[in-house]
Design a protein around this ligand. Structure first.
Ligand SMILES: [Fe+2]
Ligand SMILES: [Fe+2]
Length: 152
């Protein structure tokens, strides 16, 4: 997926959230293309981890402020990604792992999927509460349908 295609559909419509997402994606993209050197890799990974952590904290504080009902599920996805990044930083620092293009492609892929699914849901909640309620009802209905189908 190239940069332009990756950009399509990740604008949530919440300006500060979109700004932070663009900055994270640009950071991963820049590092993906940069020449690999152990010392600068560690420094860059530290800085990107700080940015990702600050973004997750900011988003979760917005969820608390607005009493977002799906905060716990969303937070679990954040925690998982953060713990993956921290584990990797440890391996890189200990010299067991080198950062390569695949690593940054995986980060871009995860961030893209997270923005299009969980962040888009939260954006909808912030911008159009009625549409979000309707979406939740549809999800519950779909789940019930699937579950009742399994009981047959
Ligand atoms: Fe998020
Ligand atoms: Fe986000």
């Amino acid at each position: 997926m190239d940069v332009l295609n990756r950009r399509k559909g990740i604008e949530i419509g919440i300006p500060e959230m979109d700004r932070q997402h663009r900055s994270m994606m640009d950071g991963f993209e820049f590092l993906r293309r940069a020449p690999r050197r152990h010392a600068s890799d560690v420094r860059e990974l530290h800085s990107i981890l700080g940015e990702v952590q600050a973004h997750f904290e900011w988003e979760e504080s917005q969820m608390s402020k607005t009493q977002y009902p799906d905060k716990a599920r969303h937070g679990i996805d954040h925690a998982l990604q953060l713990s993956n990044l921290k584990d990797l930083l440890k391996y890189v620092e200990e010299g067991h792992e080198r950062l390569d293009e695949d690593f940054f492609l995986a980060c871009l892929g995860w961030t893209d999927r997270h923005i299009r699914s969980l962040d888009a849901d939260f954006g909808l909640f912030l911008s159009d509460r009625e549409a979000w309620d309707l979406q939740q009802e549809l999800k519950a209905w779909e789940y019930e349908e699937r579950f009742s189908g399994m009981a047959d």
